[in-house]
Design a protein around this ligand. Structure first.
Ligand code: PMP
Length: 323
């Protein structure tokens, strides 16, 4: 018998997929951790589960309680699924720039959704800060606080990292991923470096994010913007502190779009925008390192969450992008 225990028992243990068209073109093994196959549809199911179970273990989240979070969408979707499975309420603050598909999913799941204008972190009305205040004002509620709650990266240190190590039989040479909270990048980097300090850990960064300049020069500088959602940051979160980072690669939107359409048309993989940044960076890294290396990245979520945007020719044309 091989039966998973409900939604919660189905999170994690995702396949590692050889991205054939990109591997064949570069002579490297470019492998994608298939996080879009988690039961809530994204990499964030792992963090959502760890955050909720950590709060339960500490006695902070009690029966009938409410989980409050500020999220670009995927964490909220993961939390909302788990709240339904465990009998909690869920309140989600989300920037109104995020895709309609993610907003709709949150409402279908029964979360209370508060869309707010997308303003920078320094603004007190920023979605993350507002979610913290709402959690403090709500009775019997916890703030998931994914950016600075270390249960987030612990999920990836305990599960994603070991899975990648085992699935590659320890042959992984490099790990590259974009960061939102940094939980995925940090947890996997910390675990892989402990197994083999020679493994290269590389941050993939979209335009408009400050991490590329921070890693290259020590200074957070931002310029431009990106059509991707859920990645990039203008501050170092607690999850990203004291994490071994060897390098950073910046990927622009035209490259991102080219990558996700190649994945769709040549590999049969229908992926979200952050996957374009991740795989675009993995290809650049393959070119830097030369043939014969094994490079692992993340397939964070699926294209179904962005059909009205990245897979809508009219929307793309408005942004000056072509598939
Ligand atoms: N890709 C997508 C689509 C996401 O929603 C997120 C999380 N915001 C990430 C990547 C980055 O994951 P993490 O928060 O673990 O850095």
């Amino acid at each position: 018998m091989d039966i998973k225990n409900g939604f919660v028992g189905t999170v994690g243990n995702t396949p590692l997929i050889r991205l054939n068209s990109f591997s064949d073109a570069t002579g490297c093994e470019i492998l994608g951790k298939a996080e879009f196959l988690n039961p809530g549809g994204s990499v964030k199911d792992r963090a959502a589960l760890y955050i909720i179970e950590d709060a339960e273990a500490k006695g902070l989240l009690k029966p009938g309680g409410t989980v409050v979070e500020g999220t670009a969408g995927n964490t909220g979707i993961g939390l909302a699924h788990i709240c339904n499975a465990k009998g909690y309420k869920c309140l989600i603050v989300i920037p109104d720039t995020q895709s309609q598909e993610k907003m709709d999913a949150l409402r279908v799941l029964g979360a209370e959704v508060r869309p707010v204008p997308a303003v920078p972190y320094r603004d007190p009305n920023n979605y993350v800060k507002l979610s913290g205040r709402l959690a403090a004002e709500t009775e019997n509620a916890i703030w998931a606080n994914q950016f600075d709650n270390l249960a987030n990266r612990q999920a990836h240190y305990d599960t994603t990292g070991p899975e990648i190590w085992q699935q590659t039989d320890g042959t992984v040479d490099a790990w590259v991923a974009a960061t939102g909270t940094g939980g995925t990048f940090a947890g996997v980097s910390l675990y892989l470096k402990e197994q083999n300090p020679q493994i290269k850990t590389v941050v993939a960064d979209p335009m408009g994010s400050g991490l590329y300049s921070y890693i290259k020069t020590g200074e957070i500088k931002t310029s431009g913007s990106s059509v991707t959602e859920g990645i990039g940051n203008s501050r170092i979160t607690a999850n990203m502190e004291s994490v071994p980072i060897d390098d950073a690669i910046q990927v622009d939107d035209p490259t991102c779009i080219q990558v996700i359409y190649q994945l769709l048309q040549r590999d049969g993989l229908f992926m979200g925008g952050s996957v374009g940044i991740n795989v675009g960076a993995a290809v650049a890294l393959a070119q830097q390192m030369g043939p014969g290396h094994t490079i692992v990245t993340v397939l964070c979520d699926s294209g179904t969450r962005y059909q009205s945007k990245l897979y809508n020719p009219a929307w793309l044309a408005e942004k000056g992008l072509t598939p």
